[in-house]
Design a protein around this ligand. Structure first.
Ligand code: GAL
Length: 711
């Protein structure tokens, strides 16, 4: 396995490894040593090449302060290595051992109510603590030095799912670190007071030592500038915590690759220092963890969405933990993949950009907080259907990997994503409105269900491969992004910007000019003169549910249901829809066309959707938020002037069609997410590279089966 030079972060970037990492997270410390050789042989027989180990084993590697013991993992790594299985090690900082929490209680996180974390679970360490950082550097260096010449150790994972259980901390050491961050950022306290709006509610400070952590609802709402900077600080602290480890690991052996496995995306700026320090990122995908069909639309789209969001930060990724079976922790349990479905989910990950994949986990634990989190092997040490599916998947990957590596996932429709500041800006002042991601998810789901290729992309990335770019309510728009999107439109792209975009500066202040600011208004030819709130779809009034990050308002009774003529409605593509969330009233230039209009009440006749021809493309503006109902009409009107087409014409429901490509080399993935066989037609001629068979026009896909076709 070779680590190739890495390219700049981009959604189009393939992984910089010359082989496909295939295997399992493995916990040899959970079973008797007599299992180890059989485990290794079974992994080898499955077609695996890698295990990941050690992320929760700090107490074994350093049983007391300064005393290191590498024996257990040395033996495990050797047995695996001699059998042909390489090892990815993890820095074990997700579980500081008991001697540390006892001797250095200041490393424990403190929650917003002042409650200090206790020993007994995981992720209790506070990554902002200098003391934890000191110990993190010590254990990382000890491990790196010990394993630097071990031929079987090929790379490292930093920590484990940083910030997933909890990302915030309100400890004394966090307050000190926050103040230090602010000193660097502002130098002068008056600059901070300006940024946070110190003259509002007497929130000004005389010096940096007075600055407090933003404790939510203690007793009322906080300044958005204060909250935004706290989250920027948490992201910086997380990146610094990781950077210590990356520098040590790479400094000791620069042939190792280093990545991190993401869980959720709290307080990590992946396109910033955090992602730039790594060779690539990993994403742990558990589609069934979120599988409430009605809410998410099913685990097919949930998985696709999460992985497409992941890819937007830095390109192709690995899946260090791919759900294999039933999973649970004491308070919840997931759905169970049906026969064939685990293999299907794994190939869906590959189609979305995974260039390496590990099934979580080799075997389930017999004790601890995840006793029913199943693996490939059952509790009785027997390989059953999950192991056999993994063998089949590994055989498929080993057949296709040479054609797969180096390709990126193709998509026509880009949704602006991967921007830490915009994601946080919404949370500082949500007002009960959908977040950019909530809104983007509606758009994404519509494309997924229509078989249209869609993904997320940052405006700084290479936009030239897109046909359409949708910007979902990005409050903090930057002037340099206007240049990028203008070039995109001039070259023939369609840009759609929606309500509330470009309404704040980076301090969360409202600018004095009319929105959208930073050059967008000039590009789109519109100005927002008024805005107002509307109820959410299916809700009668605004205040029935009003979730706010800083607290929960749920005091007012629903308003009486609106009668039809009291509703705010608009007309798009000759159809009438109920409006939701927010309206805007805009003025526009003469060369701007109205593609839809508001229809009722004082809004009647005002523009809903506009477009303006710019170069070879069009710049469009939507004066409201998306709803599920209006999306078919919106996309019809919007795609009218583009060459956007589904990947396969008349793609049946439940089938994923995704293309991974490098120049003219194209692989079409057809994946059946359903429990029944499905006939797919209109397939371009190509070679099924798993079965080495020509495919032309149609294919009958068995339940949960897939094809990978070279076009
Ligand atoms: C992941 C985590 C693993 C394991 C798994 C199943 O989020 O990284 O350690 O807990 O979930 O719960």
């Amino acid at each position: 396995m070779k680590v190739l030079p890495k390219k700049p972060l981009s959604v189009w970037r393939p992984l910089n490894l010359d082989d496909f990492l295939l295997g399992v997270p493995h916990y040899p410390e959970h079973v008797d040593e007599s299992y180890w050789l059989r485990d290794a042989e079974r992994m080898k027989a499955a077609g695996f090449n890698t295990v990941r180990m050690g992320e929760f084993a700090w107490h074994l590697w350093e049983p007391y302060e300064g005393k290191f013991d590498f024996d257990l993992f040395d033996r495990a790594i050797e047995i695996l290595g001699k059998t042909g299985i390489n090892t990815i090690l993890c820095t074990p900082t997700a579980t500081p051992p008991r001697w540390m929490t006892l001797n250095y209680p200041e490393i424990l996180r403190v929650d917003r109510n002042g409650r200090q974390a206790s020993h007994g679970s995981r992720q209790h360490g506070d990554t902002t603590s200098p003391v934890l950082r000191h110990h993190s550097r010590r254990i990382t260096r000890a491990l790196a030095e010990h394993y630097k010449d071990n031929p079987y150790v090929i790379g490292w994972q930093t920590d484990n799912e940083l910030n997933t259980t909890v990302s915030e901390s309100y400890s004394d050491s966090t307050a000190l670190a926050f103040r230090n961050y602010l000193r660097h950022k502002y130098a002068d306290i008056s600059a901070l007071n300006f940024a946070w709006g110190g003259n509002f509610w007497a929130t000004a400070y005389d010096n940096f030592d007075q600055v407090v952590l933003p404790i939510p609802m203690a007793p009322s709402f906080l300044s958005p500038g204060h909250v935004q900077d706290y989250h920027r600080f948490l992201a910086q602290a997380t990146a610094d915590f990781q950077r210590d480890q990356v520098e040590i690991l790479k400094g000791v052996n620069n042939k190792w690759f280093v990545f991190h496995n993401l869980g959720n995306l709290a307080d990590i700026d992946f396109r910033g220092q955090f992602g730039q320090d790594l060779d690539f990122i990993g994403f742990d995908i558990y589609p069934m963890l979120y599988d409430e069909m009605r809410r998410t639309g099913g685990h097919g789209v949930t998985q696709a969405l999460q992985l497409d969001i992941c890819r937007s930060h830095s390109g192709n990724f690995i899946v260090p933990e791919q759900a294999s079976g039933f999973g649970s922790q004491p308070a919840f349990s997931t759905m169970t993949p049906e026969p064939g479905e685990m293999r299907r989910m794994a190939m869906s990950s590959v189609a979305r950009g995974a260039d390496g994949l590990m099934f979580f986990r080799w075997r389930p634990a017999h004790y601890g907080a995840e006793i029913y989190w199943m693996g490939l092997i059952d509790h009785d040490d027997e390989p059953r259907r999950r192991y056999h599916e993994a063998c089949q998947f590994a055989s498929d990957i080993n057949l296709i990997k040479n054609e797969l590596l180096g390709t990126s996932v193709a998509f026509d429709i880009g949704i602006a994503g991967a921007d830490f500041d915009n994601q946080e800006a919404h949370k500082t002042y949500p007002m009960g409105l959908p977040s950019p991601q909530d809104d983007a998810t509606l758009f994404y789901r519509h494309c997924y269900e229509s078989g249209i290729s869609c993904g997320f992309i940052h405006p700084e990335d290479d936009l030239s491969r897109l046909k359409v770019l949708y910007v979902p309510h990005w409050l903090m728009w930057q002037p340099e992004w206007t240049e990028k999107v203008t070039a995109f439109v001039e070259n023939g792209g369609t840009l759609l910007v929606s309500a509330m975009t470009g309404t704040r500066d980076t301090n969360n202040h409202i600018p004095t000019e009319l929105a959208p600011v930073a050059g967008l208004s000039a590009l789109l030819g519109i100005k927002v003169e008024e805005f107002g709130r509307l109820a959410s779809p299916q809700e009668d009034g605004l205040f029935t549910r009003f979730p706010v990050e800083q607290g929960l308002y749920n005091t007012q009774k629903p308003l009486p249901a609106c009668s039809a003529n009291r509703r705010y409605q608009y007309c798009l593509n000759d159809q009438v829809f109920d409006a939701a969330h927010l309206y805007e009233i805009i003025s526009h230039e003469d060369d701007v066309h109205e593609l839809g209009q508001w229809k009722t009440r004082f809004m009647e006749g005002k523009p809903l959707l506009t477009n303006r021809a710019v170069g070879k493309g069009q710049a469009c503006y939507l004066t409201t938020y998306l709803t599920e109902d209006m999306l078919p009409s919106l996309t019809k009107v919007l795609f009218n002037k583009t060459s956007v087409q589904p990947v396969i014409k008349d793609l049946p429901k439940g089938i994923e069609a995704v293309i991974r490509a490098k120049d003219n080399h194209k692989l079409l993935f057809l994946i059946n997410t359903l429990e029944c066989e499905v006939l797919i037609e209109n397939i371009p001629k190509g070679l099924d590279i798993i079965y080495n068979k020509t495919i032309e026009e149609r294919v009958l896909l068995a339940a949960y089966d897939y094809k990978v076709i070279r076009l």
